[in-house]
Design a protein. Structure first.
Length: 151
């Protein structure tokens, strides 16, 4: 089943429901957020996070026959920003991923070079704007709009 397929998202939510219950009711984690197969846990103690990580990995192996991704499962300070659901999340603000900004600039360049139509760039731009407005991007969105209006 393709990873982006809607049914794969539904199945991931159903399959990982046991993980949600384990984390919330067995481990009693207060700040736990999961979206499909990505999740984050917030806590002030690095040692507590490591303990929970080990317990979650053991639960996943034993109960669901899966394991945490070794390179992607890491404990990092929130001050460095957490890459989650398409944004770099910090304490009090949210930024877009740099690759998403580069992709939009690349699309504008394609439009400038007549590689994509006016209707297509408007469709792409509207989708990007809808996504970008959820982050702290007021100045960035004005800059992108100005570049697009220039052509």
């Amino acid at each position: 089943m393709p990873l982006g397929n809607l049914t794969s998202q539904i199945f991931a939510n159903i399959y990982l429901n046991k993980l949600d219950y384990f984390v919330k009711y067995n481990l009693k984690v207060k700040y736990y957020i999961r979206y499909v197969d990505d999740f984050i846990i917030l806590h002030s103690s690095k040692s507590q996070l490591q303990l929970w990580k080990d317990e979650i990995n053991e639960f996943l192996k034993k109960e669901l026959k899966i394991k945490l991704h070794e390179q992607k499962s890491r404990i990092i300070p929130l001050s460095k920003g957490i890459d989650f659901v398409g944004f770099r999340n910090f304490y009090y603000y949210r930024l877009l991923r740099k690759r998403n900004i580069r992709k939009m600039l690349s699309r504008i360049k394609q439009y400038k070079n007549s590689e994509i139509s006016h209707d297509k760039i408007l469709e792409i731009y509207q989708g990007w704007q809808a996504y970008a407005k959820w982050a702290n991007t007021y100045k960035l969105r004005r800059k992108i709009t100005a570049q697009l209006n220039h052509y």
